[in-house]
Design a protein around this ligand. Structure first.
Ligand SMILES: [Zn+2]
Length: 230
């Protein structure tokens, strides 16, 4: 009697094993077609904040945030284009104005079915002594991206780590993929602004953003495999 029970358990285990062996390859086949078309490249949308008549912050020197964000974003784009498996898109590539009301920025990323969205900004405050780097996100599934980017960008700026914060900003709220908004540093802080406006500093920040994106891509690939198995 005891033996019979053991056989039944063994038999059930074998059936389960067989089912897993059959189901996984079927699922895999089903996914292959999709993989070939869309999942092989990791689509990144870079969003240079502001533009056109929307100057963004006015820095300590009188220079505008919109020019800083575009210059830095172009450097990020250039580096990302050299990464195999990454496809990069920009919400703007020149000084054009994008109205907030149109919600064009998140719509653009949603339409592309982008994997991540990274908005680049420079911060502003009335007190010129205030300094630091911070990253905003809205949805829970964006927290990991925000944390990883913040870690890399803070390393590169050397500014105070003001952390990652949840904030109701439409670009991170309306985007349907993990998204983060990086406030690289305070343009209203004269010392920080003078650094942020140099090519050298921007190249370092651009490299750190790319490192962050690659780290996040690796993390999401791992999660993708887990999703596929379970
Ligand atoms: Zn801004």
């Amino acid at each position: 009697m005891k033996n019979n029970k053991l056989y039944i358990v063994l038999l059930l285990f074998l059936i389960l094993l067989l089912a897993v062996c059959i189901i996984i390859p079927i699922n895999h086949k089903g996914n292959q077609h999709k993989d070939e078309n869309s999942n092989t490249t990791f689509k990144v949308v870079i969003d240079p904040g502001h533009g056109g008549k929307d100057n963004g912050a006015t820095g300590a020197s009188g220079k505008y945030e919109k020019n800083f964000t575009l210059s830095l974003s172009k450097k990020v784009k250039k580096r990302l284009e050299q990464e195999p498996g990454i496809q990069v898109f920009m919400t703007r590539t020149d000084d054009s104005f994008i109205s907030q009301e149109s919600r064009y920025r998140p719509k653009y990323a949603n339409k592309l079915n982008a994997d991540i969205y990274v908005s680049i900004h420079g911060n502003t405050f009335s007190n010129p002594d205030v300094s630091g780097t911070e990253t905003f996100y809205y949805h829970n599934n964006s927290r990991l991206l925000a944390n990883i980017l913040q870690k890399h960008v803070v390393d590169a700026t050397g500014f105070n780590d003001r952390g990652t914060k949840m904030k109701n900003l439409f670009v991170v709220k309306d985007t349907e993929m993990p998204s983060a908004l990086i406030e690289v540093g305070y343009l209203t802080n004269p010392r920080d602004e003078s650094k942020m406006l140099t090519d050298d500093f921007q190249n370092r920040i651009a490299a750190s953003i790319v490192e962050g994106i690659k780290e996040y891509q690796g993390e999401s690939a791992k999660n993708g495999i887990l999703d596929w198995i379970f």
